[in-house]
Design a protein around this ligand. Structure first.
Ligand code: 13P
Length: 268
């Protein structure tokens, strides 16, 4: 049984005031789902401390948007996984397409960051996905398998079972252009099959237990349809996670799509 998970990636947005306002409005909406689905928000680094306090004991978790591959030392501008853990993070994204495309993070670098996140006990959320050009030239499976293989080479397949994979087609991020349910389903199944092929002896375990979530223009209006897909275990939400009502509705869609009935949700 794969527990559904919803993660808000705020990207480089927010301010002390805006974060507070968002949390005050969204937390009551999220709290009712906290037992049935895992929920997390990933603010920019400087706000981790503030958001940790705002989350308090709601059961909603804190995540970071990246983590250094290094433990400590002369790496100006980097933030170590240990620091994130000390700030109360439970999750860290690695390999977001914006990091890969805008900041030149290679598959190997992403894999090293994955390792450092996992080594301090945080759950890495490995983002994978193809560009439009890659999709149109039938490279989707190849590109994603290379992104996954680099991490398998670094930490081993078994270690990936406790991580999360986020499929985010680059062409669907922030564009309002969502992948169709058929496209999402096909890639999520491909990822599971790839895991199964990579370790025939442990295939059933990893390919069926690893959580694979979808990201890319998920909105209140399309969340339910995407989350109803058998191989989709939740979502990684960008723009819509900055709007309390919409993020709350998306959380409700995930609970509903996962068969969690309203009566099972907490209302306190
Ligand atoms: O990149 C994303 C989440 O990490 C998706 O962003 P949008 O939801 O804004 O398309």
């Amino acid at each position: 049984m794969r527990k559904p998970i919803l993660i808000g990636n705020w990207k480089m947005n927010g301010s002390l005031q805006a974060n507070q306002a968002l949390m005050v409005r969204v937390l009551p909406r999220l709290r009712m789902f906290r037992k049935s689905i895992d929920l997390a928000v990933c603010p920019p680094f400087p706000y981790l401390f503030q958001v940790r306090d705002l989350l308090g004991y709601t059961g909603i978790m804190l995540g970071a948007q990246n983590a250094s591959a290094f433990v400590s030392g002369a790496y100006t501008g980097e933030v170590s996984a240990t620091m994130l853990q000390e700030m109360g993070c439970r999750y860290a994204l690695v390999g977001h397409s914006e990091r890969r495309a805008l900041f030149g993070e290679s598959n190997q670098e992403v894999a090293a960051r994955y390792r450092s996140v996992q080594s301090v006990g945080l759950t890495p959320v490995l983002c994978v996905g193809e560009t439009l050009e890659e999709r149109e030239s039938d490279q989707t499976a190849l590109v994603i398998e290379q992104q996954l293989q680099a991490v398998i080479d670094e930490v081993g397949l078994t270690a990936m079972a406790s991580g999360i994979v986020a499929y985010e087609p680059v062409w669907a991020i922030g564009t309002g252009r969502t992948a169709t349910p058929e496209q999402v389903s096909a890639v999520h199944q491909q990822i599971r099959r790839f895991f199964a092929r990579s370790a025939p002896e442990a295939a059933e375990d990893i390919s069926q237990t690893v959580r694979i979530i979808y990201g890319g223009s998920v909105k209140a209006g399309n969340a339910y349809e995407l989350f109803s897909l058998a191989d989709v275990d939740g979502g990684l939400i960008g723009g819509a996670s900055l709007h309390a009502d919409e993020f709350g509705t998306i959380a409700g869609a995930l609970a509903e799509a996962s068969g969690i009935l309203e009566g099972e949700c907490e209302t306190d």
